[in-house]
Design a protein around this ligand. Structure first.
Ligand code: SF4
Ligand code: SF4
Length: 212
């Protein structure tokens, strides 16, 4: 990439990653202008340290999964939280035009991170323990066709996404596929968050059955 840059073929070099160690090494290497990494108000202390390291080293931080793949539903709180970090540019991952309009309106009138929003953030942090699936999809494909990024978060989605979608016939059939897991551990070996994915899938399937 440096050769291509020297020849004028590219102008900027950035990196995207889900692994904290890789991203931290990249931030310390002096080789990258931007780092794209998952970052939301559910971030751990170490992830916040990465943002600060990027600022110190003059690296732009592109926050992916700023809504944590649909688990964060309070847009005002997430905008106010991320706005604290002036080297962070979020990729919101919106689904509807109304959501785009809401975020654009915050660019004109930024919400303050007040007591009410801070309390919402705290509640979400308490509800979502550190071992939740981020929906990154690095574990895919599954040899028996389980849609892991959604199936491994179904318990959370049931509380946060429209029930008409979660409990549709389509999703009942998809969740049932968890029974077909052959425990090859391919998903577990590829998960950048070190999750025990097959165990998490089983737990989500049990919750789903109870819910139904
Ligand atoms: S362990 Fe189960 S869920 Fe994971 S990749 Fe293998 S079959 Fe799919
Ligand atoms: S199980 Fe791990 S790799 Fe798979 S989607 Fe969830 S966080 Fe990503």
């Amino acid at each position: 990439m440096l050769e291509a840059k020297a020849k004028g073929m590219i102008r900027h070099i950035g990196i995207t990653n889900h692994r904290l160690k890789v991203a931290t090494d990249a931030a310390e290497s002096g080789l990258y202008e931007t780092i794209q990494f998952p970052f939301s108000y559910l971030a751990t202390v170490k992830e916040i340290e990465l943002v600060k390291l990027c600022k110190k080293n003059d690296i732009g931080f592109i926050a992916m999964k700023a809504l944590s793949g649909g688990l964060i539903t309070n847009f005002t709180a997430t905008y106010a939280y991320l706005a604290q970090y002036d080297n962070v540019l979020p990729i919101w991952g919106i689904q509807r035009k109304s959501e785009l309009d809401e975020f654009l309106s915050y660019d004109d009138n930024p919400p303050a991170l007040n007591e009410e929003l801070t309390s919402i953030i705290e509640q979400d942090r308490n509800a979502l323990s550190e071992d939740f699936c981020r929906g990154c999809g690095y574990c895919m494909p599954c040899p028996v066709g389980i849609e892991i990024p959604t199936a491994a978060r179904m318990s959370l989605m049931l509380k946060r996404a429209p029930l008409s979608v979660c409990l549709s016939d389509e999703w009942k059939a998809k969740m049932e596929k968890v029974n077909n897991c052959i425990h090859c551990n391919q998903c577990k070996d590829h998960c950048p968050y070190g999750l025990d994915t097959p165990k998490l899938l089983k737990k989500n399937w049990e919750d789903y059955k109870r819910y139904m």
